[in-house]
Design a protein around this ligand. Structure first.
Ligand SMILES: [Zn+2]
Length: 226
C-alpha cells in the first residue's frame, strides 16, 4: 500500500478516536455539569476534597474511579507502571512524580486513606519476575522498586511456573509499596496523629474478585466472598 493511503488510514483512525472521546465527554458533561449530578456546578468548580488517594497501575483495565463507581472529586489517583510506591528519598535529587502526588494528597488534601491497588495480569510485574535486562528501558529500573518482592517469591516458590510467580509477586509488591509508604515522614506522621489508613487491595480481573491485604495474617482475603 502506498504511504499516502496508509497515512490517510492512520488519520481516519485517530479522528475516530477523537470523535469517540468527544462523544464520551458530552455524556460526562450532561451528567456532571448539567444534569441532576451537577457536581461541578455545585462545588467541584471551586475545589476538591477527596478522602482517598489511590495508587493504581496504568493498565487500561484497572481504572479505580470506574471500579469504585466513584464520582468526580471522590478519588485522588496516581497511576504508574505496576502501581508502585518508591521509597522516600531526598527531594534534592531526581524527579519524584509519585512522591509529589503522595505529598500533595497527605499534606494538602489530608486524605484519610491511601489504597495501593494491584491487579492480576500486570505486565510490569511480569517483566520484574522475568528479570529482563535492558539498559535503555525506563520500565526495568522502575519495577525494581519491588525487587525484594521478587526475591521473596522466588526463594519461597523455587518450583513454581512463571504465571504462579507473577500472581504471587503482584500481591507481594503491594506489600512492598505499603512498606515504602511508611518511609515517608509525613505519611508516618499522619498515621500517628490523624489515623491515616493504608490499605492494600488486589483486583483479580479474571475472577472479578477484590482482595484486601490483612496485616495480622499477612494474607490477602476476598472482600466479595468469591
Ligand atoms: Zn499492571
Amino acid at each position: 500500500m502506498k504511504e499516502q493511503a496508509l497515512s490517510a488510514i492512520r488519520f481516519s483512525m485517530s479522528r475516530r478516536t477523537v470523535i469517540k472521546l468527544l462523544a464520551g465527554f458530552k455524556r460526562f458533561r450532561d451528567r456532571y455539569f448539567l444534569g441532576e449530578h451537577s457536581l461541578y456546578g455545585s462545588h467541584l468548580s471551586s475545589g476538591q476534597s477527596p478522602k482517598t488517594l489511590v495508587i493504581a497501575c496504568s493498565d487500561s483495565r484497572v481504572d479505580p474511579s470506574l471500579m469504585a463507581s466513584a464520582d468526580p472529586g471522590e478519588l485522588f489517583v496516581v497511576r504508574n507502571v505496576a502501581n508502585l510506591v518508591p521509597p522516600y528519598e531526598s527531594a534534592r535529587s531526581g524527579l519524584h512524580g509519585v512522591s509529589a502526588a503522595i505529598e500533595f494528597a497527605v499534606k494538602n488534601l489530608k486524605v484519610e486513606n491511601i489504597v495501593v491497588l494491584g491487579h492480576r495480569q500486570c505486565g510490569g510485574i511480569q517483566s520484574l519476575v522475568e528479570g529482563i535486562e535492558d539498559k535503555d528501558s525506563f520500565i526495568v529500573p522502575w519495577v525494581r522498586i519491588a525487587q525484594r518482592a521478587r526475591e521473596k517469591v522466588l526463594s519461597e516458590n523455587p518450583q513454581s511456573d512463571l504465571q504462579t510467580l507473577c500472581r504471587l509477586c503482584e500481591k507481594e509488591s503491594i506489600v512492598v509499596s505499603l512498606q515504602n509508604l511508611r518511609t515517608f515522614p509525613f505519611v508516618e506522621d499522619a498515621i500517628e496523629h490523624r489515623s491515616l489508613q493504608l490499605l492494600g487491595i488486589y483486583f483479580d480481573l479474571e475472577k472479578g474478585d477484590l482482595l484486601e491485604f490483612d496485616e495480622a495474617s499477612k494474607e490477602f482475603r476476598s472482600l466479595t466472598g468469591n
